[in-house]
Design a protein around this ligand. Structure first.
Ligand SMILES: [Zn+2]
Length: 248
């Protein structure tokens, strides 16, 4: 009697151990399903960046376990697209800074032109002042006028100096910003390339026969081969079986 009970407990233990192992393996590799703009169905281990995906479950998840695997896939998908999104934002912000610098340089240059013109006008006024005076009072009046012109010229010259300094600073900042922009654009290109390669489609599935093929197979470009799998695992998880000719 005791022997039978022990045997029963041992079997129960093995079943429990087996189910725990199975459920934990489900969480490791999610398969994502989505339909592109051409109506082609895709199955992949890597979700696309900007598309809604469906997560495939191999078997129903143990409700008592309480951990919904769907939210797991959502976070991993949003994390995946986060870096690309982040870099796009950074590029936008650097481009805005570059634009600001360029605008400031243009504004400074136009200010300088304006001040130069004012200086020219003042110099002309100075030049037009009489050199001989009828009285001492008249002489003093013109002297003060001349002095006023000189002070204005000096002020405008200092404005020009300030603006030139601002241009210099902006040009230095521009060089740094342009370097930063190039770096970010390189990162963006790398991310795009990585995404493309990770989404490279290898297997074609026939929706009628539920058989999948690898490139090179005579049935690879079949009429009903409008399902694409990024991996063998994705195809099998989606309920497709390997072709007996190409043996993918
Ligand atoms: Zn085949």
């Amino acid at each position: 009697m005791i022997k039978i009970r022990l045997k029963y407990f041992f079997i129960c233990f093995i079943i429990m151990l087996w189910s725990v192992l199975c459920f934990s393996s489900v969480g490791h590799s999610e398969i994502y399903k989505w339909t592109d703009e051409n109506g082609t169905v895709h199955y992949s281990n890597v979700p696309p960046a900007d598309q809604e995906v469906e997560t495939l479950q191999e078997r129903p998840i143990n409700k008592a376990d309480g951990s919904p695997p769907a939210s797991q896939s959502e976070t991993s998908s949003s994390n995946d697209s986060y870096s690309a999104y982040d870099i796009k934002n950074q590029i936008r912000s650097v481009e805005a800074k570059i634009k600001k610098c360029e605008t400031e340089i243009v504004d400074c240059e136009s200010d300088i032109e304006k001040y130069k013109q004012k200086i020219e006008e003042l110099k002309k006024k100075q030049w037009d002042l009489p050199s001989h005076y009828k009285s001492h009072e008249e002489g003093e009046y013109y002297y003060r006028l001349k002095k006023g012109y000189e002070e204005s010229i000096e002020r405008y010259e200092s404005y020009i100096k300030d603006r030139k300094q601002q241009i210099k600073e902006n040009k230095l900042a521009l060089m740094d910003l342009e370097d930063e922009l190039k770096k970010l654009q390189r990162q963006e290109t790398a991310i795009t390339a990585e995404k493309k390669s990770s989404q490279a489609i290898v297997y074609h599935g026939n929706i009628k026969t539920h058989v999948f093929h690898q490139p090179g197979c005579q049935h690879y470009h079949c009429k009903d081969c409008i399902v694409k799998f990024s991996s063998r695992e994705a195809a099998i998880r989606a309920g497709y079986r390997p072709c007996e000719i190409c043996n993918p």
